[in-house]
Design a binder for this molecule. Sequence first.
Ligand code: ADP
Ligand code: ZN
Length: 211
Amino acid sequence: MKITLLGPPGAGKGTVAKALMAYDGSVQISTGDILRAAVAAGTELGKQVEARMAAGDLVTDELIMSIMEQRLQEEDCQQGYLLDGFPRTLPQAQALKALLQKLGEKLDCALELDIPRDVIIDRLTTRRTCTNCGEIYNVKSKPPRVEGICDVCGSEVVQRDDETEEAIEHRLEVYNEQTAPLIDFYRDEDLLVSVPTSEMEAVMEAIKSRL
Ligand code: ADP
Ligand code: ZN
């Protein structure tokens, strides 16, 4: 399966991607995780994107496309992939379409998690993330076994810089302005599958009936 996951920050794209990955062996490719790893490692790329990410602004389409053009041609992508957080703008969606055409591939569907705004805000303010492996926790519904320590890898679990209330409001605005138009784009491409939940049973059912 080659799927892109659409939906506002906090919709559950990462969680859904991990579950789908376990189901069919596709790899999850999260541009957010790739960029956060670069920031944590202090690479040249990381230095370039750090300030924009902390403010909740998107990094440039050129930068994202140069990362993804390489990433999508790696060996592990042959089995299929779940794109999490990409494409994020219309130019990225168009560039992805052109890239896949060039590679003789295409997306199977764009899965939209259509989650209400109040649910999103509540989820994001209570979300915590492992600084090392990206595992996602929630202080209310899924705390780590030991406070502040990742169950999976033992590294520190923190609230992301861009998950303060103010940054979240801004990210939702950025989503509405720059990413929400992709829903129409993929509807026109006849690839859109919308589910009103990130609950796995409903998501799997929608995908299976589509594929
Ligand atoms: P979210 O939880 O908002 O889905 P991500 O982890 O996907 O967050 O992304 C975090 C940040 O990384 C974004 O706010 C943005 O600065 C940057 N980013 C990730 N993916 C992209 C992309 N495809 N285009 C531009 N910027 C991106
Ligand atoms: Zn971890």
